[in-house]
Ligand binder design. Structure first.
Ligand code: ASP
Ligand code: MG
Length: 421
């Protein structure tokens, strides 16, 4: 069984979908399951729509119309027969979204509503693609990923219930997948009460890994618009080069520090089942890409990860005292309660410094909560965090940091981190 995953960029227009069909057609005779994200920027647009629905903003209807136009423009390029069932299938999804918009319950919790709405992006992309493949003669079976990936109720960042998921995949999905190639959604799942949940932004890679793990697949291929995993983002670092192979551990470290090419949770299920992961370019499908497996040698060159929209929070104790264990325990509980992730942290005698993503509302409530607990808090926003993984292997600070101001730095093992203004 092979698992393929195509991200939003690969299916952002009709031409992308045709290209995807061409890539898949080479594997017509393999047992396979293909995971697809929402098309292009659909998830961002559905996020904006959710926000408008939640705030009862009149702009919601217009936002939904725009999403509808984007989808129907692509459909009309791919399906000339206006009677084709894809038109009514996608039309029905939009009717459901309109219903959701009109019947929103004032007591609705935001994150719950978000998952119910945003999941339509993947439902629609996979429906369109499945119909299109069928039209080109590629027989396939569309399945709803929510029937097989079961999670807790932590909306927008749901945690997988492993045993239940494995049972469903092994006993219900596998027999289907052995009959026909499967097309299914990334990112979406359900809780035990059948409410839709999502696995976190960019979570489709993780879905692909879950399907691979649950179906005991032989390999996963993630098709991207880059040649493979690079040692830096080529848009930010012109010297970036492709890595031919990576160990699971190197891949986990890179993803953890924010290398956006793979979702951080993706590697662990694959590593546990020793399933290799290939990252390949959908623009050059014959090129070898990057192989992540237990066959790889550890990488030797430094890797650079630059995260933007960072905030550096300095926290001082309420009583102008040293930062003691009880303060740390309070700070960490508040971080856990507000789901704030430390990208870097450091403690000195009188302050605790934390570099984290500035993700708006949740982050602001976290800062308020710290102040309510009496901490003195200062926050510097709009910063960057540079992580140099394997810095010990020849990284020269002056060559990259140059004239930028370093607000905080840290060297841990072979990894260097710099918070930059
Ligand atoms: N469509 C979702 C997102 O954009 C999931 C994904 O693309 O992996 O975050
Ligand atoms: Mg995406």
């Amino acid at each position: 069984m092979k698992i393929f995953k195509f991200g939003g960029a690969s299916v952002r227009h009709a031409e992308g979908i045709r290209n995807m069909a061409a890539i898949l057609s080479r594997h017509q005779n393999d047992n396979m399951l293909t995971v697809v994200s929402a098309m292009g920027k659909t998830t961002n647009h559905l996020e904006a729509f959710t926000h408008a629905v939640f705030c009862k903003d009149l702009a919601a209807a217009k936002l939904l119309d725009e999403i509808k136009d984007e989808h129907f423009n692509i459909i009309s390029e791919l399906f000339t027969d206006l009677q084709h069932p894809v038109y009514s299938d996608i039309g029905n999804y939009f009717l459901e979204l309109e219903c959701l918009m009109e019947t929103i319950n004032p007591a609705q919790e935001y994150d719950h509503l978000y998952d119910q709405i945003v999941s339509y992006g993947e439902l629609m992309s996979t429906k369109i693609i499945s119909h299109y493949l069928q039209l080109t003669g590629f027989r396939n079976h569309w399945v709803d990923a929510r029937n097989f990936i079961v999670t807790d109720q932590l909306h927008r960042e749901a945690k997988v219930l492993w045993e239940e998921t494995r049972n469903l995949m092994e006993h219900r999905l596998k027999p289907l997948a052995l009959k026909n190639p499967i097309i299914t959604q990334g990112f979406i799942a359900r809780d035990q009460l059948n409410n839709t949940t999502t696995l976190g932004r960019e979570g489709s890679d993780y879905s692909a890994a879950l399907f691979a793990w649950g179906l005991y697949a032989e390999a996963v291929t993630i098709w991207k618009d880059v040649a493979g995993v690079m040692n830096a983002d080529p848009k930010k670092f012109p010297f970036a080069e492709k890595l031919d192979c990576l160990t699971y551990n190197d891949a986990i470290e890179l993803a953890y520090y924010g290398a956006s090419v793979i979702h951080p949770k993706t590697i662990q299920p694959l590593q546990s089942a020793q399933i290799p992961l290939y990252v390949k370019s959908f623009l050059d499908p014959e090129a070898p890409g990057t192989e992540i497996s237990n066959q790889a040698k550890p990488i030797s060159c430094p890797c650079y990860i630059l995260k933007e929209s960072q905030c550096l929070v300095r926290i001082k104790s309420p009583d102008f005292n040293f930062i003691a264990e009880e303060h740390l325990s309070q700070i960490f509980s508040l971080m856990a309660a507000h789901r704030i992730r430390a990208n870097m942290m450091q403690q000195s005698a009188i302050s605790f410094s934390l570099c984290t993503d500035d993700n708006g509302k949740r982050f602001n409530t976290f800062l308020d909560a710290l102040m309510e607990h009496g901490f003195e808090v200062t926050a510097q926003r709009n910063l960057k965090l540079l992580t140099v993984y394997l810095a010990k292997n020849g990284f020269r600070k002056e060559s990259i940091i140059q004239d930028k101001e370093v607000l905080l730095e840290q060297l841990m093992g072979g990894t260097a981190q710099y918070v930059l203004d």
